[in-house]
Design a protein. Structure first.
Length: 333
């Protein structure tokens, strides 16, 4: 009966894609100012009175889980800036159906949280790191953050996190010469490396030149003798390559040069409870009014179903590169 019930409530969009992954932004604020994300001097952050409370976030997760969603990620902004993050992880991990709960972080605060997050049941960590040099990190993020980030990565390993992913966004003429160093760093520390193509979200990202990862994939694979891998590490859109001995893996996420919209399985919730159906389109659905009215679970689930039906077929970043004015931290990266 449970299986049948689940099959009936599963989230399926208008194009037949099953949505089973929710990314939750728990703050749109960040302690860094990466050149392609939050512009310096930006202050249009969501007002605290519009943030979903931890109770409301938990309630939304419960509904998604009841409708077959098994993977959840906390992100932002920088999620470690949100008060109560450890408690939230504890509460979400207790929900039936939450099988995989992960977190994306810039790691500046991770040394203070890694152990507690692990104990609270967090399954996996993604750490964003675009450079290994002190100068490079400062140039991209606006802060001399290298020591803190390295301490955060060490704390994560000490706390027992394995298969931690390092996410790097290669930028033309800025850090694209550092990719080889990043590969060597990840081999040494047993991190999974992912290179992600920059998407033109907001003026900050649109000011950067487009960088196609395809030639880089070919070059790195040859240089480090990597072979195509069947691994998926959580079922995201990255295509993986691995070393001959299988000890090192790296993946590529190529929304621009080879998009994967036909297999998109995710939606995102911003800190104000707005569901965004696609990073590259405006389709959205505000859950906050329903949460404030304390509607029934059935009504909330019906609203989520309706939202999923708005999910567009694909992004049009290549055709309309100036269309999206939302920066990544507003939607939740
Ligand atoms: N602060 C956390 C972190 O650093 O991982 C979570 C949020 S951050 C917005 C998530 C990821 O989005 C980072 O890896 C960042 O590099 C990436 N990102 C931001 N803007 C992007 C863009 N326009 N295109 C592709 N990735 C972007």
């Amino acid at each position: 009966y449970n299986q049948l019930q689940l099959a009936l409530t599963m989230l399926i969009d208008a194009y037949g894609r099953i949505v089973n992954y929710l990314r939750i932004s728990i703050t749109d604020r960040c302690d860094l100012r990466c050149t392609y994300c939050i512009p310096k001097g930006f202050h249009e952050f969501e007002k605290p009175e519009h943030w979903l409370s931890l109770d409301e976030i938990e309630r939304v997760v419960r509904q998604f889980a009841a409708m077959g969603t098994r993977r959840f990620r906390l992100t932002g902004g920088e999620p470690l800036l949100r008060k109560g993050i450890v408690e939230l992880v504890t509460r979400l991990k207790r929900i039936d159906g939450v099988e995989d709960l992960s977190l994306s972080t810039n790691a500046t605060q991770l040394q203070h949280f890694a152990h507690d997050l692990r104990r609270a049941g967090l399954d996996r960590l993604n750490v964003s790191l675009d450079s290994l040099s002190r100068h490079g990190i400062e140039k991209i993020t606006g802060f001399d953050a290298k020591a803190k980030v390295m301490a955060g990565l060490q704390a994560a390993s000490d706390a027992g996190f394995v298969n931690t992913k390092i996410n790097m966004v290669p930028l033309q003429g800025i850090n694209d010469s550092e990719i080889d160093d990043m590969v060597a760093f990840c081999i040494k520390h047993q991190f999974i490396l992912r290179l992600i193509e920059l998407m033109p979200m907001g003026a900050s990202a649109q000011q950067h030149q487009h960088l196609d990862l395809q030639p880089i994939i070919a070059r790195i694979s040859e240089q480090f003798q990597l072979i195509p891998s069947q691994k998926t590490y959580g079922g995201g859109p990255a295509r993986y390559w691995q070393s001959q001995d299988g000890n090192f893996s790296m993946g590529y996420i190529t929304p621009m040069s080879q998009h994967f919209c036909q297999t998109c399985n995710r939606v995102r919730m911003a800190v104000d409870g707005t569901l965004y159906m696609c990073l590259g389109q405006e389709h959205q659905y505000a859950l906050a009014p329903l949460l404030k009215k304390e509607v029934s679970d059935a009504d909330l689930q019906a609203a989520i179903q309706a939202a999923i039906h708005l999910k567009p077929l694909q992004h049009t970043f290549n055709e309309e590169p100036k269309k999206i004015v939302r920066i990544m931290s507003m939607t939740g990266g």
